[in-house]
Every structure is written in structure tokens, then in C-alpha cells.
Write a protein that binds this ligand. Structure first.
Ligand SMILES: Nc1ncnc2c1ncn2[C@@H]1O[C@H](COP(=O)(O)OP(=O)(O)O)[C@@H](O)[C@H]1O
Ligand SMILES: [Mg+2]
Length: 377
């Protein structure tokens, strides 16, 4: 789960990183009040879970409380890369002398973390990374050792960050470890004209597997989510991503679902979504998944691709049959069951004999039929 900037800022502050004074509000009048408390001038910042807010006009300096109110009125309700702005944060303006970039990210392939840092931080960092990769230092971090003062000094030296930023580098690592984050980023981390090191923007992605001990952030889905189907899926706890094709896809296990998308594409159709129902395949999950997929008008067929393991195919077939009692199937469903108890699962679907449910024995065959059903006129 991604945190909002104001939440990341709060975590940074708790770990002793200097951040500007700031408060959030969802109303223009509230913005005026906050600007007054901050001393008049304020940076008004859209709170959306996406980057590039500055370039999109979602970060603006207001000279006084009246301007802060007018600016908040303009930013609230704005759409930034598909995220609607529901709240703004007003932050004390900082006298920036130089902007740096620093982040820690999980490098899954290497089984390590990676420190990414640059002396050319700010809103152009993607451009810098693309055109002059040598300006961005990438330093592996052994997770068992972490970022010690020595490691922090190494990162600072490699990236051309000021020596005094080493302390912040250690603290940002502590945010990552103690808050169960997979990503911690400060961009920009600045040196002020007064010579202080301050984090002006923060991004933190928490590991969803540790939600049980990070209850403080709640488990409310991202309400700013632009796609209504993704929002509906998130409310039902489904692992769903909308794509722009015409074959709905349901599978168990992220790897199998990804391969299914590839096979559908190879059969000349386009997948309409990614949906991993994971290990359990209850009637409820199946019904929820079908409901979300079928409410996409672009979907012309649905492919269920299940390899039975701990959840056996007969349980999946039961789930499908019971889901058919609650969901009105309006488009054909191609089901491929293989693995544990596949024969029993297929028999259950044969018994149900739903006119729109077709069975296939291999993944290729299933994808071909689903693609054909979706593209034939
Ligand atoms: N409190 C602040 N004081 C001064 N400048 C700021 C402040 N907050 C942001 N900025 C400026 O605005 C730019 C964009 O803001 P930022 O919070 O990084 O949003 P984003 O990365 O989403 O564009 C920063 O690079 C910085 O130059
Ligand atoms: Mg930023």
C-alpha cells in the first residue's frame, strides 16, 4: 500500500528526519486557516498517490492565506494522472539551495535492497535517470546489515550528497525497516540556504503482508483510484488490474495469471484484466470476480484458468457452480481445470451443464476458445 505524502512526512518526522511544518485539509477555508497558522505563505500540495504532482499543477506556492484558499480551491477536485484530489497539504515554504534525490527500493531479483541517490534531485529526476544514468548512484544494501553510518557515508559520497546528509540516510533506512516498507523515497531532499537537510517530499510503500502490524494506516482501499472497476474490486479484496482487451481472465496464482495473459495475446485477442484469486477459490471470490469482470462492457468472453494444488479443482468447480447461482452469466465462460482433482472438477461442471460454460483441457486450448469467442462476430 502506498502512503500519502502527508503520512510519509509523519513517519519521517517520527524517525527524526527534518520535514517542513504542515497540515492537511479538504476545504479551501481550511487551507486559509492553515496558511495563517504557518505564518501566511504556504506551499499548497495535492495529496494523491502518484508522483509528478508539481508538473501537473498540483504543487503551488501561495503568498498569503487568501491566495492559499484560492489555490486550494483550484487544486481540490483536480485530476492528476487519474487520481482525484480530495485533500491538500499546506507546508511551510523552505528556502531551497539544492535538491537531492534518495530512495531505498527492494531489488527482488538480487534479493537485496538498493539505494538510489543523486545530486540532481527534484521534479526532473526521471529525465536525469534516462539521459544521464551516471548522475544517479545505485548502491546495493545487504538487508542483514542495513544502512550503517559507514554505508550512509558511502552512498552520500557516491551520489555527491553533502556529508551531513548521512544521518538522514540512516534514518530513512530506519523508516523502511521499522515501518515494514518496500520503498522509501525523499525527492527532493534539500539543503536549505541555512544549511539544514530537509525532506520536502516523501513516498513510502508499505509491504501489504505486514498490514496486521501496521494497523494504524487502516486497510481502506485507495479511494482516489480512478478506474471504477478497480475500485469495486479493491472493495471486495480482489487482486484485480484492469487492462483494455476483451477477454476477462481469472486464475489462481500471479504467475499463472500472467502466463494466461500472454497466451490470450498469442491467440490474437487482448486480455481485459488481471485477476488472481489466489489459493482460496470460494464461491464468493468467484462470484465477486465474475461480477467485476462482467461489469466491464468491453469483455466478450471470460477465461478461468486454474491449476489445482492445495485448493483442489473440485472445490474451484463448486465455487464456479455456486457463483452461477448468484451472478447472471451474460457472456461465455471457458474453464480450464487441471492439477489436483481435475477430473472431479470437470465432472461437476459437466453436471451443471450451463449453456454458456465451455470446458477445455489445456491452457492453450482454453485461451484459443476464449479468444475466438471474444473476437468472432
Ligand atoms: N515546502 C516546500 N518549500 C519549497 N519548495 C517546495 C516545498 N515542497 C515542494 N517544493 C518544490 O516543489 C517541487 C515539487 O514538489 P514535490 O513535493 O516534490 O511534488 P512532486 O514530486 O509530486 O512533483 C519540489 O521539487 C520543490 O522544488
Ligand atoms: Mg517530489
Amino acid at each position: 500500500m502506498d502512503l500519502y505524502e502527508h503520512q510519509a512526512r509523519e513517519l519521517f518526522a517520527e524517525h527524526g528526519i527534518v520535514v517542513p511544518r504542515a497540515e492537511v485539509t479538504d476545504s479551501p477555508a481550511g487551507a486559509r486557516e492553515i496558511a495563517r497558522r504557518l505564518g501566511g505563505r504556504a506551499v499548497v500540495k495535492a495529496q494523491v498517490k502518484t508522483g509528478g504532482r508539481g508538473k501537473a499543477g498540483g504543487v503551488r506556492l501561495a503568498a498569503d492565506p487568501a491566495e492559499a484558499e484560492a489555490t486550494a480551491r483550484r487544486i481540490l477536485g483536480m485530476d492528476i494522472k487519474g487520481h482525484r484530489v480530495g485533500t491538500v497539504m499546506l507546508a511551510e515554504p523552505v528556502d531551497v539551495e539544492h535538491e537531492f534525490y534518495v530512495s531505498y527500493v527492494l531489488d527482488r531479483a538480487a534479493g537485496r535492497f538498493l539505494a538510489i541517490a543523486s545530486a540532481e534531485g527534484g521534479t526532473e529526476i526521471e529525465e536525469v535517470a534516462a539521459t544521464r544514468p551516471e548522475a544517479v548512484a545505485r548502491i546495493p544494501i545487504d538487508p542483514a546489515v542495513g544502512v550503517t553510518s559507514a554505508k550512509a557515508a558511502e552512498i552520500a559520497a557516491a551520489a555527491g550528497l553533502p556529508t551531513q546528509s548521512a544521518d538522514v540516510l540512516v534514518r530513512l533506512w530506519q523508516v523502511l525497516v521499522r515501518e515494514d516498507a518496500l520503498l522509501v523515497e525523499a525527492n527532493p531532499l534539500v539543503r536549505t540556504r541555512q544549511g539544514r537537510i530537509v525532506a520536502l517530499d516523501g513516498k513510502v510503500t508499505l509491504d501489504d503482508n505486514s498490514r496486521f502490524r501496521q494497523a494504524r494506516w487502516g486497510d481502506a482501499p485507495d479511494t482516489g483510484r480512478a478506474d471504477p472497476l478497480e475500485a469495486a474490486a479493491a472493495e471486495r479484496g480482489l487482486n484485480y488490474v484492469r487492462l483494455d482487451g476483451e477477454v476477462g481472465v481469472i486464475g489462481n496464482g500471479a504467475g499463472l495469471v500472467m502466463s494466461t495473459l500472454d497466451v490470450v495475446a498469442r491467440c490474437g485477442a487482448r486480455p481485459a484484466n488481471f485477476l488472481d484469486i489466489g489459493g482460496g477459490a470460494s464461491a464468493q471470490v468467484m462470484a465477486d470476480g465474475l461480477t467485476v469482470i462482467l461489469s466491464d462492457p468491453a469483455v466478450r468472453s471470460v477465461l478461468v484458468n486454474v491449476f489445482g494444488g492445495i485448493t483442489a479443482c473440485d472445490a474451484v468447480a463448486d465455487g464456479i457452480v455456486r457463483a452461477l447461482d448468484t451472478v447472471r452469466l451474460t457472456r461465455p465462460l471457458v474453464v480450464r481445470l487441471d492439477g489436483n482433482n481435475a477430473a472431479r472438477g470437470r465432472a461437476i461442471l459437466d453436471d451443471r451443464a450451463h449453456p454458456l460454460v465451455h470446458q477445455a483441457t489445456t491452457m492453450d486450448d482454453a485461451a484459443r476458445r476464449a479468444a475466438h469467442l471474444a473476437t468472432a462476430h
